[in-house]
Design a protein around this ligand. Structure first.
Ligand code: ATP
Ligand code: MG
Length: 310
């Protein structure tokens, strides 16, 4: 018997793809329902971290609908940095970059291109929920697999955080196999973040070189796509980097991370971060994939989920 999914027999749409309404004609129809409905951090004093409410098989596809509880939030976290508090702040060298007027901007820069749109507003809602969630300083943005909107979410979350009271925000990428940030912001990284991670592993007090984009109130640590640096993340190097950069005065460090599936990189990143945001894309990510991804991440590190409309 042929099984008929909730999307009928439409080709290319997995039966259990997370449903999200589409708006026909929009160039990049993307709406977040970021943690729109979350449960309070604790129930009877017990953290709900281990009861992440992805639905049973029979209800698949419903988990991330707006208005339904999706994930539990964690109580305020203690920073994962290893600093004793006596370390001097890192030296940070900044190269200023201005977004070029003559190039078509990358459509993923939603808060910059369309700041008054509903899509931009949804990222501000995401910011709001994140700030309510213990003001995590280092946040890893990931998803189950490739192309589900990790970079889009990381960029716009960072922009939303930066416009809020002019917070000091660093956007860094650790998806070494598919670095995107230099291309999105249209610069050649003067210092490759992957190479800096490797160098600071052995000399943590070396200065850092970052890109400052004054228009966006944002600092960026981008990987040079041409770098010959190893393509898998070095966990101790990342932990050292976060320990130092936490002391650099950043209110938030948003990490554009690799996907969960295929490697243990996100598990390594999460140890040095305050929390993980898991992105799902409507009609692309399946409920089963979300469950598997959540299972792979340490439950106490999951801050919430973000659904991008497809
Ligand atoms: N909600 C969406 N609807 C339609 N297209 C989208 C949506 N989100 C992202 N895209 C497009 O999908 C592509 C991948 O998006 P993005 O780079 O954010 O994903 P990613 O998860 O970071 O990918 P990767 O795994 O390669 O790092 C981009 O071309 C982007 O413009
Ligand atoms: Mg990406």
């Amino acid at each position: 018997m042929t099984k008929r999914g909730k999307f009928g027999d439409r080709p290319g749409v997995p039966d259990d793809a997370l449903d999200a309404p589409t708006r026909a004609g929009a160039p990049l129809p993307l709406v977040t329902h970021p943690m729109a409905a979350v449960r309070p951090p604790t129930e009877g004093g017990r953290a709900l971290a281990h009861t992440l409410a992805l639905p049973p098989e029979s209800e698949r596809g419903l988990a991330l609908e707006p208005g339904r509880p999706t994930v539990s939030m964690q109580p305020p976290m203690t920073p994962a940095g290893l600093s004793t508090g006596r370390d001097p702040p890192p030296e940070i060298g900044l190269t200023q970059h201005h977004l070029p007027d003559d190039a078509t901007p990358d459509p993923r820069l939603i808060l910059h291109l369309d700041p008054d749109s509903e899509r931009a507003a949804q990222f501000r809602v995401l910011r709001h929920h994140l700030l309510e969630c213990g003001r995590p300083q280092v946040v890893v943005v990931t998803s189950a697999k490739a192309g589900e909107g990790k970079t889009t979410t990381a960029i716009n979350l960072a922009l939303a955080l930066a416009e809020c009271g002019r917070a000091k925000v660093l956007l860094a990428e650790t998806h070494l196999r598919r670095p995107q940030l230099a291309g999105v912001f249209r610069f050649v990284p003067p210092w490759c973040f992957a190479e800096q991670l490797a160098a600071h592993r052995h000399q943590p007090l070396l200065p850092w070189g970052l890109v400052d984009i004054p228009q966006l109130w944002l600092h960026v640590a981008a990987v040079n796509p041409r770098s010959e640096q190893a393509q898998l993340l070095d966990a101790p190097a990342f932990a050292i980097a976060m320990e130092r950069l936490r002391l650099g005065g950043y209110d938030h460090i948003v990490i554009d991370a690799p996907p969960v599936f295929g490697t243990a990189e996100v598990n390594l990143l999460q140890d040095a971060a305050d929390g993980v945001l898991l992105v799902a894309r409507g009609r692309v990510t399946t409920a089963r994939e979300m469950r598997r991804a959540v299972d792979q991440i340490t439950a106490t590190k999951v801050l919430g989920t973000v659904l991008l409309e497809s």
